[in-house]
Design a protein around this ligand. Structure first.
Ligand code: SAH
Length: 505
């Protein structure tokens, strides 16, 4: 079976639910220039991923080759997803591929996609139809050289066409397209826009009229893929340009959390328009020695309290418990304390409600919350990172508790930073640096070097999750401008958004 699936125009969220489900169970994925290559990560690890687009300096696999490939894989009994940008049947040669499959007797299905022809203008704040402006929209390929004699594009008709015109593949021919439209009767003052890499973080939009938009695009060095929109609806962009108006639009944010943890912060910042550069500063792995933790697990019943100081601790605790063939019932009537809301949230995923959750993510605050509950002789198990602050265990001991500290995971510093981050640092393309713990600060300095961190901090805005992290930053001569009142990831993201929203006012 071959599925011709539309991948959408760039924003990976614009694939359809059906397309995504098929991609996730594909055995073969055949793709060419995709505006959203991240989608390929959704394919199963075992899937064969075949690129049939243009390679640098070489030609694309000819259409015949693609057709043969689809037929061969399908005949081998494999589930093939032919992933195509936008919608497969809009200027995508999807029709030709489907014909070929039909001829070869291969069953196929088409999963329409969100076409760039509609979505790219939409992300630029341009509705392709609007009752006040036009009831007509035309999609045209601008690929063809408009000066060629026997044009298949009906320029005469387009010149008289009063509706919205959307040209795809037309960057090279922009001056000719505009000239033809004016020559054939369209008002030279008709508003026009060219949108490059629409729906992505790199989207750029230029506007003008039929008379000057080609020059404006040229001055801005607009390159393919781009779309030309012609018509009164382009005016609406002034009030409707939502994608490029988000508070963090155009900002590059460095996220220094571990890979496992970065997603929440990245999602929140990206939703506000930021481009996130992940520089993992922590790799979560097993502790050097599971001995003390395993010993504690064996005699869980002797403890009165179990204390978690991070979501990583919870995940590692549960993983080890399950590995040993046990589950949460082993916790029996143990009381549970979580250092903050995120840790409590991850406990909830295992069906556990923490008995104590202070509002702030800080050892001192947890200690305060626990102090009325600890009685002399209380036995407490602290399941945490191998390297951590001693404030909590020391404070609990001072309260008269017996405390066992059991390392259940170790956070290590990775060896190097990803190449995209390296390139951005070199080019000075960093607007915001985020730090979510002292460990991320120490490791970032180790990875990048103190002087370079200071140089980056001087050109960027620095955001720290809370006072402990901030004071670690200050040890390296970096003063954060942003620190939320709550020491949580959502609060950090909100504080960053607010900071930049205020700057814009
Ligand atoms: N089947 C696709 C179109 C393929 S033709 C669809 O339905 O969207 C390729 C052309 O689409 C490009 O030359 C460009 O004009 C347009 N295009 C595709 N993605 C784009 C994007 N993200 N931004 C601007 N134009 C895009």
């Amino acid at each position: 079976m071959v599925y011709l699936v539309g991948a959408g125009p760039g924003d990976p969220g614009l694939i359809t639910a059906k397309g995504l489900a098929l991609l996730r169970r594909a055995q073969v994925v055949v793709y060419d220039q995709l505006a959203s290559p991240e989608l390929l990560k959704e394919a199963p690890a075992a899937a064969e991923i075949i690129y049939v687009g243009k390679k640098a300096g070489a030609h694309a696999v000819p259409q015949e080759g693609i057709n043969d490939l689809l037929v061969a894989r399908a005949k081998a009994g494999l589930t093939v997803v032919r992933l195509k940008g936008g919608d497969p049947f809009v200027f995508g040669r999807g029709g030709e591929e489907a014909e070929e499959l039909a001829q070869a007797g291969i069953p196929f299905e088409v999963v329409p996609g969100v076409t760039a022809a509609v979505a790219v203008p939409a992300y630029a704040g341009i509705p392709v139809t609007h009752r006040r402006y036009t009831t007509l929209v035309t999609f045209i390929t601008g690929h063809e050289d408009p000066t060629k004699e026997a044009s298949t594009i009906p320029w005469e008709a387009l010149g008289k066409n009063p509706g919205t015109l959307v040209f795809l593949m037309g960057v090279k021919n922009l001056p000719e397209i505009c000239r033809q439209l004016i020559d054939k009767g369209r008002d030279p003052q008709t508003p026009a826009a060219v949108i490059e890499r629409g729906t992505s973080h790199a989207q750029r939009t230029v506007t003008g009229t039929l008379t000057d938009v080609a020059q404006v695009a040229r001055d801005a060095q607009i390159k393919p893929p781009a779309i030309l929109v012609v018509g009164g609806v382009v005016e609406l962009r002034q009030t409707l340009k939502w994608w490029e108006s988000r508070p963090l639009w155009g900002k590059t944010v460095v996220v220094t959390r571990s890979r496992q943890q970065a997603s929440q912060l990245v999602a929140l910042l990206a939703a506000a328009g930021a481009q996130c550069l992940e520089v993992p500063t922590l790799e979560i792995g097993p502790p050097d020695d599971f001995g003390p933790f395993d010993a504690a697990l064996k005699s869980l019943a002797q403890y009165h309290w179990l204390i978690f100081t991070s979501a990583n601790g919870v995940a590692a605790f549960m993983a080890r418990l399950f590995e040993q063939g046990r589950d949460v019932r082993a916790l029996g009537s143990l009381k549970i304390a979580a250092i903050g809301p995120a840790t409590a949230e991850s406990l909830r995923a295992y069906g556990l409600n923490a008995d104590v959750v202070p509002p702030a993510f800080k050892a001192e605050v947890l200690l305060e919350a626990l102090s009325p509950l600890v009685t002399p002789g209380s036995k407490m198990l602290l399941a945490r990172a191998q390297i951590a602050r001693e404030v909590l265990p020391q404070g609990l001991i001072r309260l008269g508790a017996q405390v066992d500290v059991a390392p259940v995971y170790k956070a290590r510093a990775p060896k190097e930073i990803p190449p995209e981050a390296e390139a951005a640092f070199k080019a000075g393309r960093v607007d915001i640096l985020t730090f979510t713990s002292s460990a991320t600060v120490h490791n970032f300095v180790k990875l990048v070097g103190k002087e370079r961190v200071q140089a980056l901090a001087a050109m960027a805005v620095v955001a720290s999750i809370g006072p402990i992290t901030s004071s670690t930053l200050k040890e390296y001569g970096v003063t954060p401008q942003i620190e939320p009142a709550d020491y949580t990831i959502p609060a950090l993201a909100a504080a960053i958004v607010e900071y930049f929203a205020n700057l814009q006012c």
